[in-house]
Write a new protein. Structure first.
Length: 97
């Protein structure tokens, strides 16, 4: 799709969708270690990103959109994602489960 902004400038928009990217707004990002981070999205998924793969290493599907993401626990080893309707998902960072 092409959009004309002015007589001197044209922007080319490209629809880019991939299983390796989120399909809706990203609602959270959490640092895991120097090689990995997690993102949450309204597309009902958590994605584990890996710098060596230069993309997603794994996608975790949820049953509701994820509205928030935080790391907690005494050792910072528990990930909590806030879902709609007061629900949440808990993920163990040490064992990745």
């Amino acid at each position: 799709m092409e959009k004309e902004i002015s007589n001197d400038f044209t922007v080319m928009e490209r629809e880019f969708k991939s299983d390796r990217t989120h399909r809706d707004k990203v609602t959270g990002i959490v640092y895991i270690n120097e090689n990995e981070f997690l993102t949450s999205s309204l597309d009902m998924s958590l994605k584990l990103w890996d710098k060596y793969l230069q993309g997603t290493a794994y996608t975790f599907e949820t049953h509701e959109p994820l509205h928030s993401l935080a790391v907690t626990g005494e050792r910072g080893d528990i990930l909590v994602g806030g879902l709609g309707q007061g629900n949440f998902v808990v993920y163990g960072l040490a064992s990745k489960n």
